[in-house]
Design a binder for this molecule. Structure first.
Ligand SMILES: Nc1nc2c(ncn2[C@@H]2O[C@H](COP(=O)(O)OP(=O)(O)OP(=O)(O)O)[C@@H](O)[C@H]2O)c(=O)[nH]1
Length: 305
């Protein structure tokens, strides 16, 4: 078998993420991968997802005997389709092959009895065929300023969330969060400080969002959307209040706000059996109306429809 030399410039500095249990037999299998570039290994898939949001890997290898499908769904949710080639190593190749993931960047499913040399060669081939960055850039899925998912991802996810609700009957809470008195903030501290403040606030809110399928998106300028599947109205309100509480307790000075600190308002709506909406637009209009009620009622609060 002809091998690509692994020291050619293309492979230098590549980033490979391996996700999966930390068993000794896997170390043997993965040993050759470590020669290819910077390898980051995670046993916790959420840590891996957080890492990958910041440092876009060139290849992902998922290795987990018990829950490949759950793990893969999670990757599918958090990573932009087709951007990062993903190889799944599993004892159940045939089962997984027919299941899912192909449209989301999965390029190969290999058995866990594959040899380490073949695995390495597969990864090298992927690195060679990876799209150049200028072609990948338009597929970006994160908002550059805050690291939240961007509007394009939101538009797809909200439609998917509504379909999921229809087929499962499980509730979905959707919130719109808008910073208060932000025009005055910019006027007092400058636009650059305004940008930095939005970034810090959103990053600290991300820490409060613990459930893996909850996601935060930049919806429009200084408005952010949170979609929380399997979350009823009561729990949605709890989460919204937790976010506002954490923002307020950060005590970021805002001398032109009556609260003296940066605050935000949230409008929420829960899609459940009591509410029938025909489209994402209708759902978002309800969340927007709730946001307006929170603003009219005095800001720094949650209003729910
Ligand atoms: N620094 C900064 N400012 C932004 C950004 N996006 C929007 N803004 C500013 O936010 C202000 C608009 O926010 P609005 O929510 O419409 O109005 P507001 O002044 O916050 O008033 P309320 O929402 O009623 O409290 C404008 O001054 C925008 O320039 C951004 O990315 N960075």
């Amino acid at each position: 078998m002809k091998e690509f030399p692994s020291d050619i410039p293309l492979l230098k500095g590549c980033t490979i993420v391996i996700i999966g249990s930390n068993h000794q037999s896997f170390h043997l299998l993965e040993a050759e991968i470590y020669q290819l570039g910077r390898v980051h290994r995670f046993t916790n898939h959420l840590w891996a997802v957080n890492f990958m949001k910041k440092h876009h890997p060139d290849v992902i290898i998922v290795r987990n005997t018990s829950c490949e499908i759950t793990l893969y769904r999670l990757l599918q949710k958090h990573l932009c389709p087709l951007v990062t080639p993903t190889v799944l190593i599993t004892p159940k190749v045939e089962k997984v092959k027919g299941a899912l993931g192909w449209h989301a960047g999965l390029v190969d499913v290999v058995s866990d009895v594959v040899s380490s040399k073949i695995l390495k060669q597969k990864v090298v081939n992927l690195l060679h065929h990876k799209l150049p960055p200028e072609l990948i850039a338009p597929c970006s899925y994160l908002d550059d300023m805050t690291g939240a998912f961007n509007r394009a991802v939101f538009d797809k996810d909200i439609d998917r969330a509504i379909l999921y609700h229809r087929s499962s009957n499980k509730p979905i809470s959707v919130m719109l969060l808008n910073f208060d008195y932000f025009c005055q903030f910019n006027a007092a501290y400058g636009y650059k400080k305004g940008d930095d403040t939005i970034r810090i606030c959103i990053q600290s809110m991300q820490m409060q969002i613990r459930r893996p399928y909850d996601a935060l998106y930049r919806y429009d300028t200084n408005t952010f959307a949170l979609v929380a599947p399997n979350t009823n109205k009561a729990n949605g309100r709890v989460l919204a209040n937790k976010l506002l509480q954490s923002l307020f307790s950060s005590q970021i000075e805002h001398k032109n706000s009556p609260e003296h600190y940066v605050t935000a308002s949230i409008g929420g709506v829960t899609l459940d059996t009591a509410i029938a909406v025909s489209s994402a637009d209708e759902l978002l209009m309800s969340a927007d109306n709730a946001l307006l009620s929170a603003k009219i009622a005095g800001k720094n609060r949650v209003a729910w429809l």
